[in-house]
Design a protein around this ligand. Structure first.
Ligand code: GLA
Length: 393
């Protein structure tokens, strides 16, 4: 949306305000190309920040009120004070920015003043493209700039993850916040989640584009299933650690895993989970090399293998994601497709030849509708920059 339109929307809500001191911030959504469910296992992930995201318009107030407004969520606006930042279920979506205010206050000790805050986003909610991490990072970036704290971006990323883990109560890894905070246009990030070392890899997709396919299925039980997978991984790790000196499942390569897998005998589910984690880590490294070498065919095949592993070993897909990814894989011009994000609903992605995109969307859409009774949505996405100030200083 154009800056002028955003300011007009802000004005609708905060009529009495002088507009000269409005500042505007942006944080993207993210798509993970490959490296799924391994950020919390010390593995490599390969996400990219998108051009869609969350805009935040702010203005300081002279009192201590925080007024959170958004048209994207049910429960448009919430009013709290800077002294009252505790989590409250009834505060709905505003718990995300409120949690960031709370963590920022503790981290910096700055004296917060009131603010008018207008959020507007074009990431479909609940789609697994990280709309919540985007809100967290746009708020953290804003606070850092407005209060001139010069906090390093990676620290803001960690602060946002902490909010998700301890304030919201979702035990996520660091991938989403990192991709959103540190993203770069036309690049994906290869991130080692054990050390947080990272590198930008130019996303040179030649004549293809990334198509995101939304199941439009609400992610049922996603948080509890997510936490269940995490604890299964912890159990598998603890068993390997009885013999191996490792900190994370991803410290093993496939050879080491194969040699030691008998330690998991009698624990079939844990064996499956660990096999996904170790193999996905290898696929991710291979996918980055393939992309660097311009071998998109191979890159696509690794995406397909990733989906299969998430379906059969990690069991986080379900009929909707399987139908989208597996149907996509069969279409002309599709180099590869897989679920992206936590799974259990949400989105899949496909790499598709540009000239075939129209017929691809039509064909996958019909088959998906016939099988599930639900209409899928498709977005041909572009990459975008990480969290930043757009306007105002
Ligand atoms: C969610 C979490 C991430 C990551 C993915 C799965 O998006 O927030 O930390 O674990 O699921 O790869």
């Amino acid at each position: 949306m154009h800056v002028k339109e955003l300011i007009a929307k802000f004005q609708n809500y905060f009529l009495e305000q002088n507009l000269s001191d409005i500042r505007i911030f942006f944080s993207p959504g993210r798509v993970n190309l490959i490296g799924e469910h391994i950020d919390y296992n010390g593995g490599y992930v390969f996400p990219a920040s998108l051009s869609i995201g969350t805009y935040l318009l702010v203005q300081k107030r002279t009192d201590n009120k925080l007024i959170f407004v958004s048209e994207n969520f049910p429960g448009k606006s919430y009013e709290r004070s800077v002294e009252n930042l505790y989590f409250n279920e009834a505060d709905g979506w505003s718990n995300y920015p409120k949690g960031v205010f709370d963590a920022f206050k503790t981290f910096t000790n700055v004296e917060l003043t009131g603010m008018n805050l207008y959020f507007w986003g074009n990431i479909p909610n609940g789609s697994g493209l990280s709309s919540s991490a985007s809100i967290e990072l746009v708020t953290a970036t804003m606070l850092n700039e407005v209060y001139e704290q010069h906090i390093d971006k990676v620290e803001l990323v960690k602060l946002a993850q902490k909010v998700e883990n301890h304030y919201i109560g979702v035990n996520c890894g660091i991938m989403d916040q990192f991709a959103i905070g540190m993203g770069k246009k036309e690049c994906a990030i290869i991130l080692d989640c054990a050390s947080l070392e990272f590198d930008y890899v130019p996303l040179e997709l030649k004549t293809t584009k990334i198509v995101i396919m939304n199941t439009n299925k609400k992610r049922m039980l996603a948080d509890s299933k997510y936490n269940e997978r995490r604890s299964e991984c912890e159990k598998a790790l603890a068993i390997f650690q009885t013999k191996l000196d490792i900190q994370n499942l991803c410290d093993m390569n496939l050879d080491l895993f194969d040699i030691n897998v008998s330690l998991l005998e009698g624990h079939d589910v844990l064996t499956q989970r660990a096999r996904h984690v170790v193999s996905e880590n290898e696929r991710t490294k291979e996918a980055v090399s393939a992309l660097r070498n311009g071998d998109l065919e191979h890159f696509g095949k690794l995406l397909n293998a990733s989906h299969k592993s998430l379906k059969e070993d990690y069991e986080v897909t379900g009929v909707e994601l399987d139908t989208l990814a597996e149907t996509a894989q069969l279409q002309a011009g599709c180099l590869g497709a897989r679920m992206t994000g936590a799974g259990f609903g949400g989105c899949a992605l496909a790499i598709v030849e540009e000239v075939e995109i129209e017929s691809f969307i039509a064909a996958v859409g019909v088959i998906y509708k016939n099988k599930t009774g639900v209409e899928a949505s498709f977005y041909v996405v572009e990459t975008g920059s990480g969290s930043t100030e757009l306007f105002g200083r």
